[in-house]
Design a protein around this ligand. Structure first.
Ligand SMILES: [Cu+2]
Length: 157
């Protein structure tokens, strides 16, 4: 009797382990699939002299079957990074912060001068033209996409 009870317990533990292993495999599979559905190109960071904010431009191509939502970005080289969009009213340039941008399946979303951009606030250390800056793009499904931005002069825009 006691032996049988032990066997049942052992079996349950085995099942639980198998389920955990399966869950891990599924999670890893999903994470990998998501990373492969986003392509970033032409990532550049336009930097003015002094400690003014830098503007990040790039193209984000969603090759996946589902929409993705960009909710933020971070970089060890800056205190904070915001998503901004520029607009013009009565000949005056303005910009404001966005909390998210949805990129549809198959869409190539361009962050470009006079439009959407990442605003890099407060440099942690000096940066020069030609430097590489590590940035992580953050999505609503908790996906984190590392991107290297190349520091360029605003004159090259
Ligand atoms: Cu801005």
């Amino acid at each position: 009797m006691a032996n049988k009870a032990l066997n049942v317990t052992a079996q349950r533990v085995t099942q639980r382990l198998a389920l955990s292993a399966l869950a891990l495999l599924l999670t890893a599979g999903v994470a990998q699939a998501q990373t492969q559905t986003l392509e970033v190109s032409n990532a550049r960071l336009s930097l003015l002299p002094g400690n003014t904010p830098g503007a990040g431009y790039f193209e984000l191509y969603n090759t996946g079957d589902e929409a993705v939502t960009l909710v933020g970005a971070k970089s060890p080289a800056f205190d904070s990074v915001e998503i901004h969009v520029s607009s013009e009213h009565d000949g005056m340039a303005h910009m404001h912060e966005l909390t998210s941008i949805e990129i549809a399946s198959g869409e190539r979303f361009e962050f470009a001068p006079k439009g959407h951009h990442l605003m890099f606030m407060r440099r942690v250390e000096p940066l020069n033209i030609g430097d590489d800056v590590d940035v992580v793009l953050e999505f609503s499904d908790e996906q984190q996409l590392p991107v290297t931005f190349n520091v360029v002069s605003p004159a090259s825009m």
